[in-house]
Write a protein that binds this ligand. Sequence first.
Ligand SMILES: Cc1cc2nc3c(=O)[nH]c(=O)nc-3n(C[C@H](O)[C@H](O)[C@H](O)COP(=O)(O)OP(=O)(O)OC[C@H]3O[C@@H](n4cnc5c(N)ncnc54)[C@H](O)[C@@H]3O)c2cc1C
Length: 379
Amino acid sequence: MKIVVLGCGFGGVEVARELRKRSKELDIIMIDRRARLEYLAVHPEILSAKVTPEEISGDLNKFASEIGAKFIQDTVVDLDFKAKKVKAGGNGHEIAYDFLVIAIGAEQTFFGIQGAEALSCSVNTLNGALETKNALDQLDYVKKANIAVIGGGLTGVEVAGELNDYFDDRGAQAKIYLVEMMPRVLPAFPKEKVSKYVAKILADRGVEILTETAVQEVGEEAITFTDGSKRPYDLVIWTAGIKPNSLLEKLDIPKVKGWLKADSYLRVSECVFAVGDTLSYECAGVRSGQNVEEAERQGRVAAANIIRTIKGVGLVRYRPKNTIQNPRAFLSLGSDKAVMYFNGLVLTVFAYRLKKFVEHRYMKRFHVCSVKSTKCKGI
Ligand SMILES: Cc1cc2nc3c(=O)[nH]c(=O)nc-3n(C[C@H](O)[C@H](O)[C@H](O)COP(=O)(O)OP(=O)(O)OC[C@H]3O[C@@H](n4cnc5c(N)ncnc54)[C@H](O)[C@@H]3O)c2cc1C
């Protein structure tokens, strides 16, 4: 049986790992356009140089060979569900499958705002984070630089915190402003107290927080807001919004607002499963969040259901835990401070150390694998 795992981020890697844990027989093929898994949640810390690219990314080829899978680095351009083939790259390379798992994540969106994509930096990819760090290093520090962070969600507040550390380390001054369209930062978190706590920490370190402020245009030197006001900038870092992977546009399969739709066993069709950010999953009015925890949990359920389908036994239902209605997350805020938001509780003591522990434990599977064993240390 040949299982193709398309996309090797958190969801795809977990599918491959779980499939191998459950069966030594399967032929597992992992495909990704990147050579390395990127730990996106830690990208803001690239800016303050607290982490290196090597520490927060893992060699997918090495990971695949550790678990007895094959890794292909290529961009998938189309899927032929009838012929059960994945079409990769410009040379029309086709890979056949018996089961396919789509785990291609999401893409950054600039909402069609004029100038936003062309003139902003980003931390959504490792290369983007490195380029943003490079752009920071190139700024003219004779004058006070203006740095605009667009989007006051999880990534935006983390970026603002790390920028403070960056400027503190250099002994340089900058005006950092964080722009959020909604009335408070972290609008996706149901409890307002987490927003207030985070806003105060950032404001105490000099970040200006502009809520109920929407970007209309990013010009060469200034940002124009929808109320007509303008702010000059030296660097814009865009952290607002994600959209479905553009590959989905050409696929004729069930979708919700462009995101993949799966049944409660994570099946898009009989032999095609989907996991992670590419999916919009709702169960009894509760919607799965697009986060690492859910991508991994979905990965394990999809793998279990592929094996169960092969064996002809009943499938297990997927029930989201880290949901839109009840999200949980770690947020780092710079200067070794973090917040853990869990079941409506805001925990601050040891949160940064706990966050680092979780990240380190995850990355161990890429950095400390024994060559022969399929059970890497740290898994
Ligand atoms: C900056 C940032 C910070 C974040 N912080 C947090 C956080 O603190 N906590 C949290 O829980 N979540 C966080 N998230 C969200 C989290 O990273 C995602 O929910 C998670 O990565 C989803 O995993 P995934 O496997 O679905 O997608 P991804 O991890 O995005 O992996 C998708 C993979 O598919 C590959 N791919 C895509 N298209 C193709 C193609 N056509 N051909 C071949 N390969 C393809 C990509 O290269 C990528 O490796 C953050 C996201 C970002 C961008």
